[in-house]
Every structure is written in C-alpha cells, then in structure tokens.
Design a protein around this ligand. Structure first.
Ligand SMILES: Nc1nc2c(ncn2[C@@H]2O[C@H](COP(=O)(O)OP(=O)(O)OP(=O)(O)O)[C@@H](O)[C@H]2O)c(=O)[nH]1
Ligand SMILES: [Mg+2]
Ligand SMILES: [Zn+2]
Length: 362
C-alpha cells in the first residue's frame, strides 16, 4: 500500500506514523492532514507541509469542541478539506501532549497553549524575573503536559558568574529534576547547547513572562529578525510584544512555538504534574509518622522537620498547599457533579456552624 501522506514535507512538520490509524478514516473521506502553525483571534494558520493556509473551523466542530472545551491549539494536527481560502478544519486529531493552563479570567475552563510538544522551555530572565513560586507553577504545568521541561535562564549576560550560579541553585530548588540552561542572545552563550536539544522534528514550546527574551531566542536560532521583539519598560515589566502563538520551523528541522508572555498562570488539573513537580515534598512526607499527616502540627512530621532543619523552604511547602487547593477548586468547578457535592458539603458545614455556640465571643 502506498502511503502518499507520508511525505518529507509532513515529516518535517513533526508528523509521526503513530497517527496513521487515526488518519485513515479521514483520508477515506478525502481529507488531508495539516498542522496548526498559528492561532489568531479570528482564524488559524495551518500548514500541509508544502504551504500555509488561512483556516477556520467547521461550525459544527466549533460548537462540539467549545463544549468540551478542546478547540485546536498551535501544534495540533487537524484534518482539512481540499484547499481553498480559508480552508475548513473538519477534525482535530488526538493530542500526545499539551501545555494547558486555566484560562485567564472568570470562567473555569482549560486553555491549551501548545499541543503535541516534546519539550517545554520555561524561560525566566536571570535578573529581575526569577521567581521560585512562579517557576513552581510553570514546572508543574510542564510536567503535566507530557513534554520534558527545561528551564532557560535568559539574559545570562546581565549577571556575574556567581550570581548565575545562585540563580541555578534557586531554579533547582523550585524545579527539582529539571535541567537548567543559561542562555544569552547577546553573547551567544548556551545557544549551541540549546540547538543540540532541538533535534529535527522535535516540537518545543517557549513559555514565560513577557520581556524575558522568548522571541529574541527564536530569532537567534533562526539566524534572523523574523519575530518582533521590544525592550522591556523602565519599570522592568514586559510589553507583551508577541500577541499570538506561532510555530516556527528552524533550519535544523526542529519546530519551535513562540507564545505571548503570560501574566497569569493558574493550574488546570492534576494528571501527575503536581506530584512530579513536588516530588521532594512527597519523598519527605513518606517519612511522616502518620500516613495521613497534613504536615501541620502532627507529631513526627518529617516535612516540618525538614523545614526546621533548613533543607526545605517554608515558602515551598506553602506553595504546595496553595497549588493543591487551586487544582481542587478547578476540578470541583469544572465538574458539575463534584460541584454539587461540594455545595451540599458547604451548606451542611454552614448549618453546623450556625447551630454551634460562637466560640469567638465567649
Ligand atoms: N541583555 C539581554 N537582553 C536581551 C536578551 N534577549 C533579549 N533581550 C532583550 O529583552 C527584550 C525583550 O525581548 P523579547 O524577545 O521581545 O521578549 P519576549 O519574551 O518575547 O516578550 P513577549 O513577546 O512580550 O512575551 C528586548 O529588548 C531584547 O533585546 C539577552 O540575552 N540579553
Ligand atoms: Mg515575544
Ligand atoms: Zn507530615
């Protein structure tokens, strides 16, 4: 059997044969595979390997996926009808991995930042931007994504060697088990090492705050000024120069997704990312005297002992509790049945409180 879709152009977009079974019925319907390379407010850009096309979702598909809600994201493989502009996206193939956060704003819903990624490059500027608590969030979502996380300490040229070493220690404490690479687009430091991990057909997503130098890195790897970049404002805050997510094809054959700087990074769900990200806390907890230790004031708490001994930062334990609550809240609010249960429990709790003598005012 000739597999005509297995073209070098598609393979260069990261296509893998593992998708063949899923694609077969779609091919039989006369559809073609394509990858989402950019996402704008009103439309997508998809590539069939040979050309890029402006694309929109078939109305029925939009309605169906919006309810799930799993609208295509950059990096997704889709099936498109024959090409005319705009091409119509008829189906979205299943995702191997995805960087998903809680959608910023009030609605409780996931937002897929990038799909089918092998590497999650967490960019944090070595001076000013480095925030262990935020890094914990990025690392948790990155582990959860199914991709391999890698922290990029950007703008390494701005600090002295000892400061860089301190930054590495801070990163390792907040993201244990994640490799760290110091890079600079000004001096070229670390760029060869980064290029080495970006092997052909690998898809990597660059995430991080605005102004840390994500687009500058993409440009440096491309060897040209393709993406817009802009200086950080005097107050140190970014300018949100990049306004849409875009997959860039490097000459090496790797695929790199640039994203707009994120202001808010709330966790969406826990499919194991949290456990991976806080493996150090869980390892300590295994030595607590009680199996259900809440690491509060229980006797024989190994976690509290580590804090007292200075081997675990109190802030890290606080963040462990905070992030867990955040995920539980989202899970509750996104699942109507769990939400109803939680409401019933809350009402019962309120009733219990009202029937109790007020202890605050004896
Ligand atoms: N000193 C120094 N400055 C850098 C480096 N890389 C980027 N910059 C500067 O940092 C500023 C922001 O860079 P961008 O690449 O636009 O940052 P970004 O992360 O893409 O920002 P958003 O698109 O807003 O998310 C620009 O003025 C760059 O010139 C670096 O390695 N060293
Ligand atoms: Mg940018
Ligand atoms: Zn404990």
């Amino acid at each position: 059997m000739t597999i005509e879709w297995r073209t070098p152009a598609l393979l260069a977009l990261g296509w893998s044969d593992a998708r063949a079974t899923e694609l077969a019925p779609l091919l039989a319907r006369g559809l073609l595979p394509a990858r989402v390379v950019a996402q704008h407010r009103s439309h997508y850009v998809v590539s069939d390997g040979a050309r890029d096309h402006r694309a929109v979702l078939r109305g029925a598909l939009r309605a169906e996926l919006d309810a799930t809600p799993h609208l295509p994201a950059v990096g997704d493989w889709v099936a498109i009808g024959h090409t005319s502009s705009p091409v119509i996206v008829e189906a979205v193939l299943s995702r191997r991995s995805a960087f998903v956060r809680q959608r910023p704003g009030v609605a409780i819903a996931p937002q897929v930042v990038a799909a089918n990624i092998d590497l999650a490059l967490i960019a944090t500027a070595v001076a000013g931007d480095l925030n262990p608590r935020r890094l914990e969030r990025y690392a948790t979502i990155a582990w959860e994504s199914g991709a391999v996380p890698l922290v990029l300490l950007t703008k390494a040229d701005l600090v002295a060697v000892d400061e860089l070493a301190e930054a590495r220690v801070a990163v390792s404490a907040a993201a244990p088990g994640v490799d760290v690479l110091a890079v600079s687009t000004h001096t070229g430091e670390g760029l060869d090492a980064l290029a080495r991990v970006l092997v052909p057909a690998t898809t990597a997503v660059l995430v991080g705050s605005s102004g840390v130098g994500k687009s500058s890195l993409v440009n440096a790897l491309l060897g040209g000024e393709r993406l817009a970049t802009a200086p950080v404002r005097a107050d140190g805050r970014g300018r949100h120069t990049t306004t849409h997510r875009e997959l860039v094809r490097l000459a090496s054959g790797a695929l790199l997704i640039d994203t707009p700087g994120m202001r808010e990074l709330q966790l969406w769900s826990d499919g194991g990312g949290f456990a991976a990200s806080f493996a150090d806390v869980d390892a300590l907890a295994a030595d607590c005297r009680f199996g259900d230790c809440a690491h509060g004031s229980e006797p024989g708490c190994a976690v509290r002992a580590a804090i007292a001994a200075g081997s675990l930062a109190l802030e890290r334990l606080e963040s462990y509790f905070k992030l867990r609550r955040e995920m539980e809240r989202h899970a509750r609010l996104s699942d109507p049945r769990a939400a109803a249960d939680a409401n019933r429990r809350l009402r019962a709790m309120h009733r219990a409180q009202y029937s109790m003598p007020d202890k605050r005012d004896p």
